[in-house]
Design a protein around this ligand. Structure first.
Ligand code: FAD
Length: 469
């Protein structure tokens, strides 16, 4: 009898724990469940769903080469998943189900419901750790709490990581063909073709990107990673968030380039490895503090902050019309490409939550709607960091000056010129904060609010909070 392998955000045949284990017990049938209503509720936009389903199609081709059929079923909500899987297991005569664990609350609850239902009908189910090195709860502070600050988390991670956690698992061997045929690829929402070209889906493309990054960019990563006009980072986030590449494959490749070391060596590689640990940190946070998955602030006293209800300002931010060129250029990068450079994610998130004093949840949702790498844990973590409501949060009095950030990280104004062609004719130094009379005929707006005024307003709002709490 075949074993059922349920793919979710682990769309690869290489180094896939659940698939590897499933294949040890005989023939495998893969299944992917489209949960379009649930995805809508989770705020995923067309960019991510398009990438996800292109990834499913690519996975289907890789599995077909191994004679593993891939079934695709649309189920709507997570609540319908257990019955869909049981039905499928019965149809195929499968006795066991394998999947890799996911840690945000809804996904966790969905999986627990599946485990429960399978037990009730005497079918075996195996849930594997794959997306992280440590199961949330394995790394705790001396007091037995979840870490809420990154640096000690990262130290504990380094202290406890053993080679067995980093071992790469082979893809299954080609199996004997089954009498089950694969389903046709699902219907994929359309997105501009430039987005599909920029982000080709599947594990081959992910592996190529990783090699290219390690050959060409990694050694300069520590310096180059903050400059959005330079291709200084790996641009692997969409692939990592849907599992078209594993964090182990990334770490192993980085270690090979670093003479086998994880803890010391090349500064660029060390900085990059650190970012992969940030990714894991936020997964632990959302499991350890599920309130963040329910839309609540990690720092509970910030729940009473008087966020402004300012629909016009919010629209200007979303549409890249704030009058702060670096913010506007970044927002246009997001809406045009489905991705935004990390430095700019911090700048625009702080601008929305501090300068405009608009609830970070608005920004989190807008990012989710557009990001091709939209990932609940990292997105929520990043937004709450910027808004000073989260773990390891930026102290509330630290408010980036967008103009200074622009001068520092886009000194030649190249990034601004790329996304705001209306400012491209200005001398580079003037692109950061163009005088209104210079740009009035281009239609570029005056700043929504002066930096000093906005800063003071945010400080006052946070100060009253601290006193009141
Ligand atoms: P690299 O610099 O090459 O880093 C390698 C990998 O490490 C990334 O692909 C990513 O998986 C991980 N990583 C890097 N930085 C972070 C970080 N700060 N937190 C967690 N993981 C990190 N990342 C997402 O994957 N999805 C999101 O939805 C997301 N939303 C964000 C929202 C805000 C407000 C902020 C400030 C950050 C967010 N990030 C998110 C983190 C980070 O911006 C992206 O992971 C990074 O820009 C992706 O580019 P890259 O692949 O070239 O990264």
């Amino acid at each position: 009898n075949p074993t059922l392998m349920w793919f979710r955000s682990d769309l690869r045949v290489n180094d896939n724990t659940a698939l590897h284990r499933a294949a040890r017990n005989g023939p495998v049938v893969g299944v992917f469940l489209g949960c379009r209503e649930q995805w809508k509720q989770h705020g995923h936009g067309a960019n991510k769903i398009n990438f996800w389903l292109r990834g499913v199609a690519d996975l289907g081709e890789s599995l077909a080469r191994l004679d593993i059929p891939l079934l695709y079923r649309d189920v709507g909500h997570f609540s319908e998943v257990p019955e869909a899987l049981i039905g499928l297991a019965r149809e195929l005569g499968a006795e066991a189900l394998h999947f890799n664990r996911e840690y945000p609350l809804n996904e966790w609850q969905r999986d627990e419901a599946v485990i429960e239902r399978f037990k009730q009908v005497d079918l075996r189910v195996h849930a594997h750790r794959d997306a992280v090195a440590f199961t949330p709860g394995e790394l705790l502070t001396g007091k037995g709490d979840f870490y809420s600050v990154f640096t000690p988390f990262s130290r504990a991670w380094h202290r406890q990581i053993e080679p067995s956690r980093l071992e790469l698992l082979d893809a299954p061997k080609r199996q004997q063909a089954l009498e089950v045929s694969s389903d046709p690829s699902p219907e994929i929402p359309t997105v501009p073709s430039c987005i599909e070209q920029q982000w080709p889906a599947g594990e081959t493309h992910a592996a190529n990107r990783l090699s290219r990054f390690l050959e060409q960019r990694a050694r300069h990563y520590a310096e180059a990673r903050d400059y959005p006009a330079q291709p200084g980072t790996s641009e692997l986030s969409p692939y990592l968030s849907l599992g078209m590449i594993s964090w182990r494959q990334c770490l192993q490749a980085a270690m090979s380039a670093n003479q086998g070391s994880l803890g010391e060596g090349d500064a660029g590689l060390m900085a990059w490895i650190n970012e992969l640990i940030w990714r894991e940190f936020y997964q632990h946070v959302c499991w350890g503090f599920p309130r963040v998955c329910r839309g609540h602030a990690f720092q509970q006293h910030t729940e009473t902050l008087a966020w402004r209800d300012a629909p016009n300002d919010l629209a200007a931010w979303r549409e890249g019309r704030t009058g702060y060129p670096i913010v506007d250029a970044a927002m246009r990068q997001l809406t045009n490409t489905g991705w935004m450079h990390n430095r700019l994610r911090m700048v625009v998130a702080m601008f929305l939550s501090k300068h405009l004093l608009i609830d970070w949840r608005e920004g989190e949702a807008f990012f989710m709607q557009h990001l091709i790498d939209g990932d609940f844990a990292s997105n929520n973590g990043g937004w709450q960091w910027a808004a000073s409501t989260g773990t390891d949060a930026a102290p509330w009095f630290r408010i980036f000056n967008p103009t200074t950030q622009s001068q520092r990280f886009d000194a030649d104004g190249n990034f601004i010129a790329e996304w705001l062609p209306e400012l491209a004719d200005l001398p580079p130094r003037m692109r950061h904060a163009p005088a209104t009379d210079l740009v009035s005929d281009t239609g570029y707006p005056a700043p929504l609010i002066e930096h000093k005024v906005a800063r003071q307003r945010a400080l006052d709002a946070f100060k009253s909070l601290t006193k009141g709490s």
